[in-house]
Design a protein around this ligand. Structure first.
Ligand code: ADP
Ligand code: MG
Length: 321
C-alpha cells in the first residue's frame, strides 16, 4: 500500500471529532456512543461489492455517496433519524487519489444527512464497502413491514424506474441523450434517502420499506410479513419526466415494477389515515403517489387499466431460489 494502514485511517477517515452522542469516536478499540434519552437504536448494514453493486472503475466519491445513502435509506424506511455509522473498507491497494475522492464523497453525504463516522475496519482485498448505520427511534414508532391490512392503500414516494434506467445507461444497454446523462447518473449514485418522508409517515402508515430490489419484490416482502396480497395499478406508477421522454424506446413500466435501485419508500395507509396523507401530498409536504391497494390472499397482482398485467420478472435476488 502506498500509505500505511494507520496513516490511511488518520488521513482519510479520522477527520472530525464530535457528533451527537459520540463520547469517543475513531481511534480506540471501540467507539463509545450514548443513545439519546428515551430512544431505541435502529441498526442496519449493507455491503457494496465492486462490479456487483457498482462498476469497479466508478468515481470513488460517487461510490462512497451511494454506499452511505443506500444505508441511510434503510433508516428512512424504519422512520429512524440518522446518528452514526461505521465503515469496513476492503481495498486492493491504498491509492491516495482514490481515497481522497472516496472520503470527500463519504463526508459530503455524512454532513448532508447529519450522520457521524465513528469507526470501522480497513483491510486489503477485493474492493468492497460495508457500512453500518445507527439511527434513533421512539420506542413503538418504527415503520414495520408486517402491519399492512386489506383495504390499506399503497403509496410510493418520488418516481420509480430511474434506478434501473440509470444502471442500464451506465452499462450502455440504454442510450440516453446528452442532456439526461447527469440526471440518470445522479439517480444511481446519489439516491435520496427518504428520511423526512419516513419521519412524516410514522403517524400514518401501517407498513413501509425502501425499494431496493424492485417495487414488486419489495411490496412482496410487506405482503409476506403482513399475510396479505396486493393489487398494483400500473397506470398509476410515477415515472420521471426524463424517463417518460423515452416513451416506447425503453421498458419504463417494467423498470418501475421490477428494476431495483430506486430507494423510494413503499408504504401502506389505512382508510382512517388516508385523508391526512392525501392532505400532506396536496400541500406539497410529501411527494408520493397512490399506486394500489392491499387485498386478502398472498399474491401481488398487477393491473393495467383493470386488465391483468404480467410483468417480466419480479426483482433482483443474489441467490436464485
Ligand atoms: P483494531 O486493530 O483494534 O481493529 P484498527 O487498527 O482496525 O483497530 O482501527 C483503529 C481505529 O480506527 C478504530 O477506532 C477503528 O474503528 C478505526 N477505523 C479503522 N478503519 C476505519 C475506517 N475505514 N473508517 C473509520 N474508522 C476506521
Ligand atoms: Mg480492526
Amino acid at each position: 500500500m502506498a500509505v500505511g494502514e494507520f496513516e490511511l485511517i488518520q488521513q482519510y477517515f479520522h477527520r472530525e471529532a464530535g457528533g451527537e452522542g459520540v463520547v469517543l469516536g475513531i481511534g480506540d478499540d471501540c467507539a463509545l456512543l450514548q443513545v439519546p434519552e428515551g430512544k431505541q437504536l435502529a441498526v442496519s448494514m449493507d455491503t457494496l461489492i465492486a462490479d456487483v453493486h457498482f462498476p469497479a472503475n466508478a468515481d470513488p466519491g460517487l461510490i462512497a455517496e451511494r454506499a452511505l445513502r443506500v444505508n441511510l435509506s434503510d433508516l428512512a424506511a424504519m422512520g429512524a433519524e440518522p446518528l452514526w455509522f461505521t465503515l469496513a473498507l476492503s481495498l486492493p491497494e491504498a491509492d491516495e487519489h482514490w481515497l481522497d475522492s472516496f472520503s470527500e464523497g463519504l463526508f459530503a453525504a455524512a454532513h448532508r444527512y447529519d450522520c457521524t463516522l465513528v469507526g470501522g475496519d480497513t483491510t486489503r482485498g477485493p474492493l468492497s464497502i460495508t457500512i453500518q448505520v445507527h439511527g434513533a427511534l421512539t420506542p413503538g414508532k418504527a415503520l414495520l413491514r408486517g402491519n399492512a391490512s386489506p383495504g390499506d392503500r399503497i403509496f410510493v414516494t418520488g418516481k420509480l424506474g430511474d434506478g434501473a434506467a440509470a444502471l442500464a445507461a451506465l452499462e450502455h444497454r440504454f442510450e440516453v441523450q446528452e442532456e439526461h446523462v447527469q440526471y440518470f447518473a445522479d439517480q444511481y449514485y446519489r439516491p435520496t434517502p427518504r428520511l423526512k418522508e419516513g419521519q412524516r409517515l410514522k403517524s400514518f402508515a401501517s407498513a413501509a420499506l425502501d425499494i431496493s430490489d424492485g417495487l414488486l419484490a419489495d411490496l412482496g416482502h410487506i405482503c409476506e410479513q403482513s399475510l396479505v396480497g396486493a393489487e398494483v395499478a400500473v397506470e398509476c406508477l410515477p415515472i420521471s419526466e426524463p424517463l417518460a421522454f423515452y416513451g416506447d424506446q425503453c421498458p419504463a413500466l417494467d423498470w418501475a415494477l421490477c428494476g431495483g435501485d430506486d430507494y423510494e419508500l413503499c408504504f401502506t395507509v389505512p382508510e382512517k389515515n388516508l385523508s391526512s396523507v392525501k392532505a400532506l401530498i396536496s400541500m406539497g409536504e410529501l411527494v408520493a403517489t397512490e399506486i394500489g391497494e392491499i387485498v386478502s390472499g398472498s399474491q401481488v397482482l398487477c393491473k393495467n387499466f383493470g386488465e391483468v398485467y404480467e410483468p417480466p420478472h419480479s426483482g433482483y435476488q443474489h441467490f436464485e431460489p
